[in-house]
Design a protein. Structure first.
Length: 370
């Protein structure tokens, strides 16, 4: 098969070109103009949030959430061991200390049963990550946060469109942070978004993201230290075009997941992420943990030779030099998932036949090595 089966490539077409042409023709291509506010308003309406504020990335969204809540030096923030490093780096940006907690072996998300023993008098917040689009047990996490007066910042960068008890992920905590990187469900090329319940805090984040810029006597005036975290109009125009197709993208990703689970069920000892009973996952990427008899690197190489793009599951955070100092034995679930896990193609550029082809290749490669 000569066609490449894409892992997470963006899906852009004539609709995006039309929006971008309108943006360019308007002259509003930078940080001032109507496209950013329109994108923020439409995103907030979709997600069911009172307000949304755009940023330059999901990472900057997380940074601004922590900064706005006053979290800094001497504070601790609880994070999962299994996530992309961008969840944890912003904790360091504000001078706080990440406290790493192992994940649940079934859902691959932070294990609520392990959180409380990591809470100290220095703990100020929890950052649950809806890994690969699978919602966390938010009821348990929010109950823990209430008991200990902690903030909850949802890392929803991989879960746009997923629900927990009828609410979209990102709308349950104090803040929810989203990413529009090229590999996400919808893209603005880069970009991110923050939603929350406190509109005053969100207005302040918007102010800070624009270099904390006001005016005094006809000149720029900056009463606080600000950040250059603004989204551009040209990015927002791309986001508006992508929002038009979001429902189609979500349906396609869920269909891909259904095909994977059906076609691979006879493939031996494999495990998929398990959702909570009251959650509806997005399946940004469908990921699989294979049995002990499968050599992940050999399987990945064999898939690549057949035109199938894959990626390893995220390496546990505690493997990286800036975050070492934790005992590896405390993160057995995270390591087991990483060592035997693989992310399978989920780009909406693929067809259902492409996904069935991936399943056939996986089955053939595993059977050949037995």
């Amino acid at each position: 098969m000569s066609k490449r089966i894409e892992l997470d490539a963006p899906n852009v077409s004539d609709n995006e070109k039309e929006y971008l042409d309108n943006c360019i023709n308007s002259g509003f291509v930078s940080t001032f103009g109507p496209f950013v506010s329109e994108f923020e308003d439409k995103f907030a309406r979709f997600i069911g949030a009172p307000k949304a504020v755009s940023t330059q990335s999901g990472t900057t969204a997380l940074h601004m959430a922590l900064y706005e809540l006053g979290i800094g030096k001497g504070d601790e923030v609880i994070v999962p061991a299994l996530t992309f490093v961008a969840t944890v780096n912003p904790v360091m940006y504000v001078g706080a200390t990440p406290v790493v907690v192992d994940v649940d072996s079934r859902t691959w998300n932070i294990d609520p049963g392990r959180i409380e023993k990591h809470i100290s008098e220095k703990t100020k917040a929890i950052i649950p990550v809806h890994l690969y689009g699978n919602p966390c047990d938010m009821e348990a996490i929010l109950n823990i946060a209430r008991r200990h007066s902690l903030y909850v910042i949802e890392d929803a960068t991989e879960s746009l469109g997923a629900r927990y008890k009828e609410n979209y992920t990102g709308t349950l905590g104090d803040f929810g942070c989203f990413s529009f990187n090229g590999n996400k469900v919808i893209t603005t090329g880069g970009g991110g978004m923050i939603v929350g319940k406190d509109e005053k805090r969100l207005e302040h984040i918007k102010f800070l993201s624009n270099q904390a810029r006001g005016e005094l006597d006809g000149a720029y005036y900056h009463p606080e230290v600000g950040f250059n975290y603004r989204m551009t109009n040209i990015e927002a125009a791309l986001g508006l075009a992508q929002l038009d197709k979001l429902d189609v993208f979500l349906a396609k990703k869920r269909r891909f997941h259904a095909i994977y689970t059906e076609e691979l069920k006879e493939c031996g000892d494999i495990r998929f992420q398990k959702p909570y009973a009251e959650a509806e996952g997005l399946y940004w990427l469908t990921c699989v943990v294979f049995g002990a008899d499968v050599d992940i690197l050999s399987l990945q190489k064999g898939l690549k030779e057949k035109g199938v793009a894959t990626r390893r599951i995220f390496m546990p955070i505690v493997e990286f030099p800036p975050y070492r100092g934790f005992r590896r034995d405390d993160y057995r679930n995270s390591y087991e998932i990483y060592e035997k896990g693989l992310c399978l193609p989920g780009s909406t550029l693929n067809s259902e036949d492409d996904i069935r082809y991936v399943c056939r290749v996986i089955t053939e490669l595993i059977q050949k090595r037995r």
